[in-house]
Design a protein around this ligand. Structure first.
Ligand SMILES: Nc1ncnc2c1ncn2[C@@H]1O[C@H](COP(=O)(O)OP(=O)(O)OP(=O)(O)O)[C@@H](O)[C@H]1O
Ligand SMILES: [Mg+2]
Length: 361
């Protein structure tokens, strides 16, 4: 169900990254699959049976805005890693286009790609990928060394980002002397060191235990506030996606199932797959009043308190329950509708997401 996806025009948009009709097919004669409608529409199993091919990325189109945190989610095998590697052509796409700052990356030669990968993109991996025989400071400055920067410049920059990720004092340690969380901070510092435009994260925290993981999420959110980099962040943890993502792309078998903000996925799941994904989230912490507002009834008194449509249900709960009148939801002086106890309780107490769809009447 791709009805909600945007199909961007790379020339007209101010997107930093613009992906169109992107395919990655593994297997024999892979490039016929996107071209032939009879093959392109087969599901994963049938495609494999008929051709021996797997469509790891299947006809994806989306834009990433400058400064956005764009999250890609999906079960194991849904194509997330393949997608993120296709963005810089570490994996060669089978079909489709990739524009970065308006430049057609599929037309770029190897030399240009290496330059771009070194200067514009940085990747943070699940298993850190640190060099074991180099100290923290030398791991962080490695990319700058490859770029041919002078030793004093490298040191200065490395120290800056080491401080930024909270590793000051650990510069002379080796990776094996660090905890998992600290190692991933080194990974983060290394990615930030060459001041990329886009940070690509492939499940960077899934090897960490839950507490450290949460700490690292907070760290990334803080870094994003401070350095404002565009991020493409892969995860299969929904709470991580909701915490970090401006928008979330949910994939299944290589294809896009839904692209939207966290509250859109929770408030209006596109299908049962999405519904299943978002089933256990604390909806009152994700949904805003705009998802539960309804039209006032003719006999209702409209002199209750007012709130904005972007207030979280959780934040509004107390006021709504304590008020003996419906709470008005007002945006720019306009009454959008009202919220009553029933609407609040439906979100707080009802585990079925479809119960909180916007209602009329
Ligand atoms: N080099 C390859 N050759 C053949 N098939 C591949 C190759 N790489 C990936 N695939 C297949 O493509 C599909 C998507 O794999 P991918 O690694 O992108 O998934 P993922 O969403 O990152 O999964 P995970 O959450 O487990 O990391 C899988 O079915 C996988 O088997
Ligand atoms: Mg993966």
């Amino acid at each position: 169900m791709t009805a909600q996806l945007e199909y961007p025009d790379p020339l007209a948009s101010d997107a930093l990254l613009s992906i169109q009709d992107l395919w990655k097919v593994f297997g024999p004669k892979a490039d016929r699959v996107p071209r032939r409608p009879d093959l392109a529409r087969l599901d994963r199993k049938d495609l494999y049976q008929q051709t021996g091919c797997t469509a790891a990325v299947r006809d994806l189109s989306f834009d990433v805005a400058p400064g956005e945190v764009f999250v890609v989610m999906g079960l194991s095998g849904s194509g997330k890693s393949t997608l993120v590697r296709c963005l810089t052509r570490l994996i060669e796409p089978t079909a489709g286009s990739i524009y970065f700052e308006g430049e057609d990356l599929r037309a770029a030669d190897e030399k240009r790609l290496r330059t771009l990968r070194r200067s514009k993109f940085s990747m943070v991996f699940q298993h850190f990928g640190l060099l074991p025989h180099r100290k923290v400071i030398d791991n962080v400055s490695y990319g700058l060394e490859v770029r041919g920067e002078s030793k004093p410049d490298r040191r200065r920059r490395a120290q800056e980002v080491i401080d930024l990720v909270g590793l000051a004092g650990n510069e002379q340690l080796y990776p094996e002397q660090l905890s998992g969380g600290m190692q991933q901070r080194v990974g983060l510092a290394r990615a930030l060191a060459n001041d990329p435009d886009v940070l690509l994260f492939d499940e960077p925290f899934s090897a960490l235990d839950p507490l450290i993981r949460r700490e690292m999420q907070t760290e990334v959110a803080r870094l994003h506030r401070e350095v404002g980099k565009t991020m493409v962040f892969i995860t299969h943890d929904l709470s991580e996606a909701l915490k970090l993502g401006d928008r979330i792309l949910l994939m299944r078998d290589g294809a896009a199932v839904q692209l939207g903000t966290g509250d859109e996925l929770v408030g209006a799941p596109a299908d049962d797959y999405v519904r299943e994904f978002v089933r256990d989230v604390p909806r009152a912490d994700i949904l805003t009043l705009r998802w539960i507002v309804r039209q006032p009834r003719p006999d209702e008194q409209l002199d209750g308190p007012e709130l904005g449509p972007d207030v979280l249900v959780r934040e509004a709960t107390r006021l709504v329950l304590e008020s003996d009148r419906p709470v008005k939801v007002v945006a720019e002086g306009q009454l959008l509708g009202v919220i009553d106890d029933e609407a609040i309780l439906a979100v707080v107490a009802d585990p079925d997401p479809s119960a909180s769809r916007p209602q009329d009447g």
